[in-house]
Design a protein around this ligand. Structure first.
Ligand SMILES: NC(=O)c1ccc[n+]([C@@H]2O[C@H](COP(=O)([O-])OP(=O)(O)OC[C@H]3O[C@@H](n4cnc5c(N)ncnc54)[C@H](OP(=O)(O)O)[C@@H]3O)[C@@H](O)[C@H]2O)c1
Length: 314
């Protein structure tokens, strides 16, 4: 099968098209012909050699990166009962995968923990954009922060892959949403329902927002988030490890979010997308080395909008 792989850690220019053996499913796995995959900041960390165990446990070179995908099941393991060959699916691969089993290729094998059927109304390209970023935001709003109607939340980094999901999911939960972004992202965020958009280059959110119930930090600025929270408010960060002092700031709770994705949450997220409560902002590129290089370089700039999806096949 064709893959876009690296032969050593380093810069994005190192990607190259390599033929690799097709991964074969274990008893509890399915094999999927990939129709689309999306890029995440963790792919960039993987490429640079900045990830460690468990992600790297099975890696060797040449190495195929990538976790998010959509596609069609081509084989099922003997223990699989809820999926069959020919099913259209989308999901996220387990953190650790073998060197030929990332999503930047034509086939992948995965267990079914974070796998969902592709519902009608969602294209393969759209579905590939959902898993890591969408589930992180959904898990944050629903399970971690337990966001309630009428609560006030600050989402730091509203225009990013996770941020755009978080803003819209928080609005779907009837919260009041303030978010931070560069000025060029203001109109998009207002159109998607944000109640307040703060240009963080001009204004520190802590000077204008007070007594918030919750903060969802996608950029690693915990100190600012804590200043915005009310006395017993809760902050979840996906981008930094809180220090002891930050974790125990008065009664405020600040913790790193370990996202626990599930097929059920993925299906809920797909429903929110199909019914229009979550609109996707996607840049779609063809399955080519140049696309993956361009996508990695864009994410490294830290100013992309929404998700970058690589379209593999129709
Ligand atoms: N723990 C987890 O489960 C988990 C899961 C997914 C991602 N993550 C991590 O979460 C972070 C965000 O992921 P992502 O996919 O959303 O990244 P991304 O799409 O690359 O984020 C890019 C966005 O970040 C915004 N940004 C950068 N610095 C900012 C700042 N100081 N204030 C406000 N916005 C800022 C930019 O907005 P402007 O262009 O408007 O400035 C841009 O839109 C990454 O560090 C990623 O590794 C963790």
């Amino acid at each position: 099968m064709k893959t876009i792989a690296i032969n050593q850690y380093g810069s994005a220019e190192a990607f190259t098209m390599i033929n690799m053996p097709k991964p074969e499913p274990q008893a509890d796995e399915v094999q999927v012909a990939i129709h689309a995959f999306s890029l995440n900041p963790m792919d960039i960390a993987g490429r640079m050699g900045a990830l460690s165990s468990p992600f790297t446990d099975l890696w060797s070179f040449p190495l195929v990166l990538g976790w998010d995908f959509s596609g069609v099941i081509t084989k099922v393991g003997s223990d699989i009962t809820s999926f069959k060959t020919g099913d259209a699916v989308f999901g996220s691969a387990a953190p650790a995968h073998a060197a030929n089993n990332g999503t930047y290729g034509e086939f992948i094998t995965v267990n079914t923990k974070e796998l969902a059927h592709l519902p009608s109304g969602l294209s393969f390209d759209q579905a590939a954009a959902l898993p890591i970023a969408g589930l992180t935001a959904y898990y944050g709003m629903k399970h971690n922060l337990n966001l309630q109607p009428g609560q006030k939340i600050l989402i730091q980094g509203g225009a990013g892959g996770v941020g755009l999901f978080a803003v819209q999911i928080a609005k779907a939960f009837d919260a009041y949403v303030a978010t931070t972004a560069s000025a060029n992202h203001r109109n998009l965020l207002v159109d998607l329902g944000a109640d307040e958009v703060i240009d963080y280059h001009e204004t520190n959110p802590a000077t204008v927002l007070h007594d918030y119930d919750a903060v969802f930090d996608t950029v690693g600025d915990i100190d600012t988030g804590l200043k915005v929270l009310k006395a017993d408010g809760q902050l979840a960060t996906i981008a930094a490890q809180p220090t002891d002092a930050q974790q125990y700031d008065q009664q405020k709770k600040a913790a790193f979010q370990f996202t626990q994705g599930s097929s059920e949450d993925l299906a809920d997220l797909a429903k929110l997308t199909i019914n229009g409560q979550v609109k996707l902002t996607i840049a779609t590129l063809p399955f080519a080395v140049a696309s993956v290089i361009k996508g990695h370089q864009a994410i490294e700039s830290r100013h992309t909008t929404g998700k970058i999806v690589i379209h593999v096949t129709d």
